[in-house]
Design a protein around this ligand. Structure first.
Ligand SMILES: NC(=O)c1ccc[n+]([C@@H]2O[C@H](COP(=O)([O-])OP(=O)(O)OC[C@H]3O[C@@H](n4cnc5c(N)ncnc54)[C@H](OP(=O)(O)O)[C@@H]3O)[C@@H](O)[C@H]2O)c1
Length: 342
């Protein structure tokens, strides 16, 4: 089978290799992967900023979708032909994560090799069924970004109809958060650095939009839009540079889902967290139970992921460079049937 290995850090350090086809052991399933999608983490892994001590070579990317082609002894959940997605942290079935579970996250070093390959073997418990109406490319966007947004708003946030949600930017997590917030009947105030993207956010259902580049104090704009009260939830993907404004934009007793670190290393004064009794909750992707619940909700609501661009399997470097450039709106997908490799 073919697999992309990261042999040295950097986009140019990705090489396509030939490897032996995997054979399923007891309780294991072999999946032929048909697509993967990129997360910001994958770019960091490839560039060596996620874990500079990560041992190489390793197969990157956490997200994928494919079909079961063979099963090992004792497998009861799956059979050949089933359409599946691997869960992000292979050992995380339910409850809170721990260090061992976190280490089982795909695509950030061996032994938990990622999805940028033709076949992969998973424990039967490490897979979730694809929503019936989604194709492989669409399904490949769900394991990390969608589940993180679901966890943030539905599980951690306990979002209710009429709540106000702020989303930051137009990356994968933020657009799923917009979609789930609308599904839950919430009002969404969405930010972006681009007016063109703001118009697209409106089309997707954002109630109000703010250009955070033109209005640097976007937190004040959120307060104005909420009659001084502040938002019930902020989906915080920005990190150090955006967190102080996110706290300011949140109502007393509100909820900040702390997800990402796209920006800088500004120092942070925690006073306003307790003075406003804000709940800042760290979110680590999500477990299998959450993933299954999210799939059910997607099935019922018929919502489709927002895909920015689909690249062929030969164009992985171009896909990573596209993410790095930051002009995307939603998810970047790699379709393994494109590129003359099958
Ligand atoms: N904790 C977890 O489990 C978890 C899971 C998934 C992702 N994450 C993290 O969440 C973050 C987002 O991930 P992603 O995959 O959605 O990334 P992505 O698709 O690469 O999102 C990039 C977008 O973020 C926006 N952005 C950049 N700087 C911003 C700023 N200062 N203020 C507001 N928006 C800004 C930009 O949107 P515009 O072009 O519209 O301005 C940019 O296009 C990353 O840090 C990632 O590592 C964490």
């Amino acid at each position: 089978m073919w697999a992309y290995e990261l042999q040295e850090f950097g986009i140019d350090g990705l090489r396509r290799t030939e490897q032996p086809d995997p054979v399923p052991g007891l309780g294991e399933v072999v999946v032929k992967l048909h697509a993967s999608s990129l997360n910001f983490r994958d770019l960091m892994v490839v560039e060596g900023t996620y874990n500079p001590r990560m041992k190489l070579p390793a197969i990157p990317f956490s997200d994928g979708a494919g079909e079961v082609v063979s099963v090992g002894g004792g497998v009861t959940k799956w059979q050949a032909g089933d359409r599946v997605m691997p869960i992000f942290a292979q050992l995380w079935m339910d409850g809170d994560p721990n260090a061992e579970i976190r280490r089982s996250s795909l695509g950030a070093g061996r032994p938990w090799d990622g999805t940028l390959r033709e076949y992969a073997v998973f424990n039967e418990n490490g897979l979730v069924a694809i929503p019936t109406f989604l194709d492989y490319g669409q399904a490949a966007t769900l394991p990390c970004a969608a589940l993180t947004a679901w966890h943030a708003l539905i599980k951690s946030g306990g979002i209710k109809p009429g709540d106000t949600v702020v989303t930051l930017g137009t990356g994968g997590v933020s657009i799923f958060a917009l979609q789930f917030a609308r599904m839950a009947g919430a009002r969404v105030i969405a930010t972006s650095s681009s007016d063109q993207k703001l118009a697209r956010l409106k089309e997707l259902g954002a109630d109000e939009t703010i250009n955070y580049r033109e209005s640097e104090d976007w937190d004040k704009a959120v307060l104005e839009l909420t009659s001084g009260r502040g938002a019930d939830h902020v989906v915080e993907v920005g990190g150090a540079d955006t967190l102080p404004r996110s706290i300011n934009a949140t109502r007393f007793g509100g909820h900040i889902a702390m997800i990402g670190a796209l920006t800088g290393a500004a120092s942070f004064n925690p006073t306003s967290v307790f003075m406003k009794a804000v709940r800042v909750q760290g979110i680590y992707v999500g477990n299998r139970r959450m993933f299954e619940e999210m799939v059910q909700a997607i099935e019922v609501n018929g919502s489709k992921p927002m895909i920015d661009t689909v690249f062929g399997f030969d164009d992985v470097a171009a896909a990573l460079n596209h993410m790095k450039q930051g002009s995307h709106f939603g998810k970047i997908v790699i379709d393994y049937s494109k590129g003359g490799l099958q």
